[in-house]
Design a protein around this ligand. Structure first.
Ligand code: PRP
Length: 178
């Protein structure tokens, strides 16, 4: 692929880890039903694969978030573009996210969802770009710790494309540097 500098996580590597995460989540929740809250759009591929490996009953809901400011960096000033359909009051909510970068998006979302009084609120992210973190986020399930590079594929986009690529790759710098 011309825009890829290198493949970071192959399809097989991702699928293996997603299966392990599903098993870990299943063990932790036991018979408790889980409300999976997917953050659009990046979390979509991960949600659908992860859910196949979760044994306790699950429901899906979706929340759309848009951050103001620079396109390649989270500003922390976010707004909800599509809200959850159902109330999460008294439910065990597991947020499913593709990547945590600065943590600013999730800080906003955690505060927002806490106010709706769920029975519990946990976070599952496929990718964790820890070295870029600006605020501390309590992450319960992490697929992979990843380096601070422009990552694309498996939910992550470059100009809205490549979300459907089954692997994660590093974008060549010439595509995003001036
Ligand atoms: C990405 C990602 C997270 C957020 C992480 O979403 O899916 O929601 O950025 O960044 P942060 O930790 O620095 O806040 P993006 O805004 O690119 O939207 P998308 O999922 O629709 O691509």
């Amino acid at each position: 692929m011309e825009i890829a500098k290198r493949i970071l996580l192959s399809e097989a590597t991702i699928q293996q880890r997603v299966q392990e995460l599903g098993q870990e989540i299943s063990r932790d929740y036991g018979d408790t039903s889980i409300c999976l809250v997917c953050i659009l759009k990046g979390g979509l591929m991960f949600l659908t694969d992860l859910a196949k490996h979760i044994v306790p009953p699950v429901t899906f809901d979706f929340i759309g978030i848009s951050s103001y400011g620079h396109a390649t960096q989270s500003s922390g000033v976010v707004r909800i573009t599509k809200d959850l359909e159902d109330s999460i009051e008294g439910k065990h909510v597991l947020i499913v996210e593709d990547i945590i970068d600065s943590g600013l998006t999730l800080r906003y979302l955690i505060n927002n969802l806490h106010d709706r009084r769920p029975a519990s609120l946990r976070i599952c992210t496929l990718l964790d770009k820890r070295e870029n973190r600006k605020v501390d986020i309590p992450v319960d399930y992490v697929g992979f710790s990843v380096p601070n590079e422009f990552l694309v594929g498996y939910g992550l986009d470059y100009k809205e494309y490549y979300r459907n690529t089954p692997f994660v790759f590093v974008l060549k710098p010439e595509y995003y540097e001036d």
